[in-house]
Design a protein around this ligand. Structure first.
Ligand code: ATP
Ligand code: MG
Length: 184
């Protein structure tokens, strides 16, 4: 399977300096004192996948994800997050399937310009969306279970629950394609 091998952050929230977070196995625990940046790592993964709702990232505006300075450190000019996936068995779908490593990166500058890259090639937000569709990973996927998500699932109306089930079953990919075809 396509597996996340590491996350690179720079200028994102509390990660002022370039930081590499290795994810060496299927299960990775992050521990540390309150405020050390654990949840910021989760915010970073949601963000690079295309999250556009600042509130979902615990901010008021999107620029709040850029390191805002501290003590003697100047604020950063931009935030960058990169997810690096191992695809040595070629399980990824679409045009990237032949690459042994797939990198997905998002950069935001203070002027509000957001750019996405797949393997250093600039792409659209929806290309990033596409590559993860049906994998459970994605801003509305179930792979990242935030606080309150379990409650949301338990209290979900049947139609909402169905969206999660279809994503889990890998059906959403095809439904989206069909919608697009019908709208043409
Ligand atoms: P807890 O155990 O309490 O859940 P945590 O490890 O999850 O803590 P985070 O919420 O990830 O902590 O990190 C919070 C820290 O990140 C705070 O100190 C906050 O000031 C800092 N932070 C958030 N956004 C920025 C930013 N844009 N620039 C600099 N620091 C930031
Ligand atoms: Mg936290």
């Amino acid at each position: 399977p396509v597996r996340l091998t590491h996350i690179k952050l720079a200028g994102f929230k509390s990660f002022a300096d370039p930081t590499v977070i290795p994810t060496p196995s299927q299960l990775v625990g992050v521990v540390g004192p309150n405020g050390c940046g654990k949840s910021n790592i989760i915010d970073a993964t949601r963000w690079v996948l295309g999250e556009t709702r600042a509130a979902e990232l615990r901010g008021e505006s999107m620029q709040d994800v850029i390191f805002s300075g501290s003590g003697d450190r100047k604020p950063a000019g931009r935030a960058s997050v990169e997810l690096v996936f191992d695809n040595s068995d070629g399980r990824a779908v679409g045009q990237w399937s032949t690459y042994s490593e797939i990198s997905v990166r998002r950069v935001l500058t203070r002027d509000g310009t957001s750019s996405y890259f797949i393997n250093n090639q600039q792409v659209r937000r929806r290309d990033v969306h596409d590559i993860f569709l049906g994998t459970g990973l994605g801003t509305r996927g179930y792979a990242i279970i935030g606080q309150g998500m379990i409650n949301r699932l338990l209290e979900a109306r049947p139609e909402e629950l169905r969206v999660y089930l279809e994503e889990a079953a890998g059906v959403s990919r095809y439904k989206e394609r069909r919608r697009e075809t019908e709208n043409r």
